[in-house]
Design a protein around this ligand. Sequence first.
Ligand code: ADP
Length: 259
Amino acid sequence: MLDVLELGHTYGTGATAHQAIEEISFRVDEGEIVCIVGPSGCGKSTLLRTISGLIKPSKGEVKLHDKTISGTPGDLAVVFQDYGRSLFPWLKVTGNVEFPLRNNSELTKAQRRERVEEALSWVGLSKAVNKYPWQLSGGMQQRVSIARALAYRPALMLMDEPFASVDAQTRGDLEDLVLRVREEHGMTILLVTHDIDESVYLADRVLVLSTAPTTVVETLKVGLPRERDQIITRESEEFVHLRGEVARLLKHTELAPQE
Ligand code: ADP
């Protein structure tokens, strides 16, 4: 579904040029959850921004359904860490979720409403439809952002550190929500996190990135059963082994001498 091909990105030119991504290639298949982990400042957000068409890569290309992405593709939705800034405070929950659908001329008003209601029920927010974002907890606000992405029915959902600003309990609940959404609605997800345990818990594959200018150091296949549990999975031998592997790779890349 998604092909990232020899992608590189340098900010600026001349003496102030800053190479963020050296060269990255990977693919994400339909229905997969792929997590990206890497040291802080290595280029994870830059990578997501190039995939979502917000910045044009300096080299290489990104293909969605075999078509090169130029500009922001229609069937892709992004969920950011900063839910507080990504929701409109003057719109109620329904208005926020409906917002990206307003430009979809193929949908009638009734169909839009239906999609919004459905997405809100998927994330367990049917009772909060008439609330404003600022009347909700951080975790609930992030559920609204996820519902907004789901209502759009994207082929691919990109998530940039989506749970970094919520407490541990809420984080676990939202991780399970992501797994449920994939299971029940066949969503394909590319998720960036700096949390090693989260990457292993959620992913079918984990891509470990090096420090900037970044490359893929290793791709780890997660052989855990598809159904996961916050306690049982995290205690399993395979989980403990994989989190150790990711931690070792990250430590190694952070200790490697910089050019
Ligand atoms: P991460 O998401 O992994 O923390 P980023 O993608 O935000 O990393 O940043 C990668 C590198 O590119 C960092 O060194 C950062 O300072 C630099 N960078 C990010 N955005 C810009 C920009 N707009 N202009 C110049 N450099 C940038």
